[in-house]
Design a protein around this ligand. Structure first.
Ligand code: ZN
Length: 199
């Protein structure tokens, strides 16, 4: 008897909750958790973007490296690498999205080391949705972090004749026609939603 009662309840809940699900493509995570108890199929759909996250971040990393190779005319600090292409192909780069205490990006840079075998780069999860604007902003954030890896001795501001990381980032982004992403990032910074990186 008891089993029958429970079955009827679950069945009626599903039939009530399904129509709004079909109409609303965007569900929040908390909604997904509630749905998880009654509809396993829908949970699989919600989880798919997490897998894609990794996929498009590596796209942005490739774009960022290509833009630097094409538009950055300085060699890496580590003279063992004649150009940026050789530097990038000899290193391992891992990119992950997480909240860095408002920093738009971060890199595990070991100071006073010209270059390290592997780098971990973090991108603020404010950019987590896979949109064109986010992809372009993430590419700029990655260009910034890769410049830190290429020139670990440099600070954000220019010093003497040496261009700082911020100036290099702007020059490269402008040459590569990423003006829109620069403006969008600037607007996020001015609104206080993100800050410059922690390096
Ligand atoms: Zn920085």
């Amino acid at each position: 008897m008891l089993e029958n009662v429970e079955y009827v309840k679950a069945d009626s809940f599903q039939s009530v909750s399904e129509p709004p699900l079909l109409n609303e493509s965007k569900k929040t995570i908390s909604d997904a958790n509630v749905i998880a108890e009654s509809n396993v199929e829908k949970v699989n759909v919600i989880m798919t973007p997490n897998v894609e996250d990794t996929y498009w971040l590596s796209d942005c990393l490739k774009d960022a490296q290509n833009v630097i190779v094409e538009y950055h005319d300085e060699k890496p600090d580590d003279r063992n690498f004649g150009d940026c292409t050789k530097f990038f192909s000899s290193k391992t780069f891992g990119v992950k999205m997480q909240n860095n205490g408002n920093a738009s990006g971060d890199i595990n840079l070991i100071k006073d080391l010209l270059s390290q075998p592997s780098y971990k780069i973090y991108v603020h999860d404010i950019f987590k949705d896979d949109t064109r604007d986010n992809r372009r902003m993430v590419t700029i954030v990655l260009i910034h972090q890769l410049l830190h890896a290429l020139h670990p001795s440099r600070i954000h501001d220019s010093a003497n004749v040496q261009k700082g990381i911020n100036r290099l980032e702007h020059e490269i982004a402008n040459r590569a026609s990423y003006h829109d992403a620069l403006l969008n990032l600037e607007s996020l910074r001015q609104s206080g939603k993100i800050t410059l990186c922690n390096v």
